[in-house]
Design a protein around this ligand. Sequence first.
Ligand code: O7M
Length: 211
Amino acid sequence: MTELILSLDVLDRKQAVSIAEACAPFIDAIKVGYPLVLATGLTIASDLADLALPLIADFKVADIPNTNRLICEAVFSAGFDAVIAHGFVGADAARTCVEVAHKHSGAAYIVTEMSHPGATEFFHGGVAERLAELAVSSRADGIIAPATRPERITRLREIVGSKAIYSPGVGAQGGDIDTVARLVDGVIVGRSIYEAEDPGAEAERFSRIRR
Ligand code: O7M
């Protein structure tokens, strides 16, 4: 069954917790990124801990190895279970994120190609494929690939094999969950759920569609 990951990109702590609570029975993990962490601090991880769902820190970490290490240590010390990093900074920097994640019994995922239209400017022409290869050689736990381009997911799957593929871009960005759910290990959904009148009901609806 394809996992459903809630992207909790709201800016208010109470609202975040209440949406997460409503969605919890229907989702497999919660992804928290800069919008919520800059608004609330890393302590949001403790507020969400009671839900007993994996918490993924989407910081798209992209710095030198030492700074990546400091960022990832802070992420896992705050209670997150996984971190998302960029691979374009190079294998040494990406590997640092993987090593810190594994030291904390957590996971690290590498972005291979993004979902927005402008992503084709730099990620196409072989770059995404090289990033997928880097994810494999760095022993990352999986990759992020675009739900807006299912054919690219299929191509990247050829490279990463059975590694997890998590895919954002369904709903608000136009990706079709029915098509994508067959290709990936998890779909990442934000606005379609948290902007819905009844986020819990919308999460349940998404959870029924997945294969
Ligand atoms: O469903 P949305 O469009 O409201 O939210 C999608 C979330 O996924 C949002 O948090 C984005 O920052 C993130 N995302 C993308 O939309 N596209 C990408 O290529 C990569 C990500 C992401 O999660 O990267 C880890």
